[in-house]
Design a protein around this ligand. Structure first.
Ligand SMILES: [Zn+2]
Length: 263
């Protein structure tokens, strides 16, 4: 049975601490994380889909934040709807998010906002939908990273490939990085803490011309080996890896996810 001792959450101001406490209170939490049930236990009395253009997510709460309602864009895929609900629940539970109403745009929820509270709400949602204890446990069983792990986790946790790939890299014990691109132009990159090399591609750059990630169709299970200088900033050291291994998953309308690793 799910439970939420709200009093234990009251003093926690960091998204990861808040989520760690929620998971601690629910050691047998089922997957995918029952985000709506958790929201109801927190005091959200209404969670409703809305399908108006340009709308993404809204929280309307009372001044004490003891009760509230969440509305989310129902035209989005289910993993995105869940992320939006998690985001609004973050605004509801994070103590210094004091406004009683939050109207969140696509930019806010897609992580393109520079506002601290939007970033924190996104962090809360990512932590809650892909809890570090549960994901880390899986990653340790998986061993060295593969695109198949992203797809496997995304299916079990009902999260988007993008959010899951970010989490896989954040929590990985291997040197790995993910390059998110659209139409073969880099959108952003994320590296694991063991990825000590600098990437030589930045937001707005084309994918490296010799990289198989540029292909129109890629086999996400296939590893390609490429000279490291196509992806990594060269430095004068014999310790620099000679090769980088890459796997690319093609998504819809030109979006791609490329996983990089080296030995
Ligand atoms: Zn927001």
């Amino acid at each position: 049975m799910l439970k939420l001792e709200l009093i234990e959450l009251a003093d926690l101001i960091h998204p990861e601490d808040l989520v760690d406490e929620i998971i601690k209170q629910n050691p047998g939490i089922p997957l995918p994380i029952p985000i709506e049930d958790l929201a109801r236990l927190a005091g959200i009395t209404k969670i409703e889909p809305l399908s108006s253009e340009g709308f993404e997510g809204t929280l309307i709460a009372n001044a004490e934040k003891s009760a509230g309602a969440i509305f989310y864009n129902s035209l989005r895929p289910r993993p995105r709807q869940r992320f939006t609900i998690g985001h609004e629940l973050g605004h509801f539970l994070l103590p210094w998010h004091r406004q009683s109403t939050f109207n969140c745009t696509v930019e806010d929820i897609a992580g393109r906002s520079n506002l601290d509270w939007e970033k924190q709400a996104n962090q809360f949602s990512a932590e809650l939908l892909l809890p570090r204890f549960l994901v880390t446990h899986r990653l340790q069983k998986f061993g060295s990273p593969e695109m198949a792990h992203v797809q496997n986790l995304a299916q079990d946790f009902e999260t988007s490939v993008e959010a899951t790939a970010r989490r896989l890299v954040e929590l990985n014990d291997y040197p790995c990085a993910v390059v998110f691109s659209k139409d073969n132009v880099v959108r952003y990159t994320v590296k694991s803490k063991y990825f000590e090399e600098q990437l030589c591609v930045w937001k707005g750059d084309a994918l490296p011309s010799k990289s198989p990630s540029r292909a129109t169709n890629t086999d996400a299970e296939e590893w390609d080996e490429i000279y490291s200088y196509w992806w990594l900033k060269e430095r004068r050291s014999s310790e620099m890896p000679e090769s980088v291994y890459e796997q690319t998953l093609c998504q819809e309308i030109g979006y791609k996810v490329t996983l990089l690793t080296y030995e």
